[in-house]
Design a protein around this ligand. Structure first.
Ligand code: SF4
Ligand code: SF4
Length: 186
């Protein structure tokens, strides 16, 4: 899925995005910038630096509304960083607010982080590997996969906290749909 796209009409061909792209996965044709999906590691830098607001992050609000109207339980996996956006608001208030919007429940993605940590411990203790690259960051993993493929064998084959949490929710709650709310485009 293309998470980041470009509003063509907005681009003013200033080259700022390509200067800041760590993997130079932006090309220009017809005086317009576009992202090379196969090379992009979804770090979001081009989105941050574009003075024309030309980069667009995929909006899945409508998809979530369809989930909520479908009658199946929809559970939010909430990144703990929400406290940075909602000063003084705790998980209970977030749960209450999201339940009012129709969500079945809300849990912190930290549950997934605990699962991931256990898996890292297991790999370190049981697999006897000399080098293990571990990162919960999708961009770091994409960097290895797309730009340093020789290092792929060293990557720990572990889900991200978001994925691990949603997988666990799907085991625990029949027919559940999961929605991740977090600060990271990747
Ligand atoms: S930073 Fe924005 S306006 Fe400048 S070239 Fe890139 S997309 Fe276009
Ligand atoms: S998201 Fe990052 S890697 Fe992808 S095009 Fe933008 S700056 Fe480059």
């Amino acid at each position: 899925m293309e998470c980041l796209t470009l509003k063509k009409s907005n681009c003013k061909n200033c080259y700022k995005c390509i200067r800041h792209c760590p993997v130079k996965s932006i090309r220009f044709t017809g005086n317009q910038a576009y992202i090379i999906g196969d090379e992009c590691i979804m770090c979001g830098q081009c989105f941050v630096v574009c003075p024309q607001n030309a980069k667009q992050i995929t909006d899945e609000t409508e998809k979530v509304k369809v989930f909520l109207q479908s009658g199946v339980p929809v559970v939010v996996s909430l990144a703990p960083s929400f406290v940075a956006n909602f000063d003084g608001v705790g998980i209970e208030s977030m749960r209450e607010a999201l339940k009012q919007l129709g969500f079945y429940d809300v849990e912190e993605t930290a549950i997934g982080a605990t699962i991931v940590k256990r898996e890292y411990d297991r790999i370190c203790n049981e697999e006897g590997r000399d080098i293990i690259l571990t990162s919960c960051c999708h961009s770091a993993n994409l960097l290895v996969q797309k730009h340093f493929p020789k290092l792929i064998p060293y990557l720990a084959d572990v889900l991200s906290p978001m994925q691990a949490h949603c997988k666990e929710l799907k085991k625990r709650i029949p027919n559940v749909k999961t929605v991740f709310i977090g600060p990271c485009v990747a």
